[in-house]
Design a binder for this molecule. Sequence first.
Ligand code: PGA
Length: 232
Amino acid sequence: MTALIAGNWKMNGLSPAREEFAAMIAAAHDHAAQMLVCPPATLLASLSAMGGDVALGGQDCHVNEAGAHTGDISAQMLADAGATWCIVGHSERRADHAESDSVVKAKAVAARKAGLTPIVCVGEVREAREAGRAEAVVEAQLSGSLPEGPFVVAYEPVWAIGTGLVPSEDDIAAMHAAIRQQIGAGPRILYGGSVKPSNAAAILGLPEVGGALVGGASLKADDFLGIVRAAP
Ligand code: PGA
């Protein structure tokens, strides 16, 4: 399976970010990896109108299709705006919005229902890693969060997100092997957390690493394409 390199722009990106996306589209056909950008929802429709081979995704969705939920966005709306993927259960959502595993699962189910492929994020906090409980934490998150049917898992140690810290290659490989054991053959397992052009080749070359979920380094086309180029 080709690697999936997914960019999570988080709460970043105004109209000029269209130029970065244009540069990503222009380079997409040069690379084997599948490219995905999850911009803020405000940019989805205008990036979608640009066409090209870079897929688009949401960063979160509501569990319901529509209704009285001021400020929320449904998976159906994301699909309507051009998304084909949706991140659910990112650690920033789990922390900032107190999203439990069951809420994350309901969001993943809602994404599937709208025709989006969910990217279900899991990952341990630093204390759990230090206490030797990382695999147990991730196993519990997976059992509580995964929907039926097609999905992608993103393993993102919380302490590695936006910090420049990255687990050792052995630790990444061990966690991905444990996740593979639990979910069975098929779904891609992405690694996320401080992926950049300089460490991408080593991370993407590890067994069971089927791609990357990239935050900070996905905002600039040059950085993002540096990671895309590093994919095996
Ligand atoms: P980072 O973020 O690449 O900036 O560490 C990754 C993520 O949160 O998906």
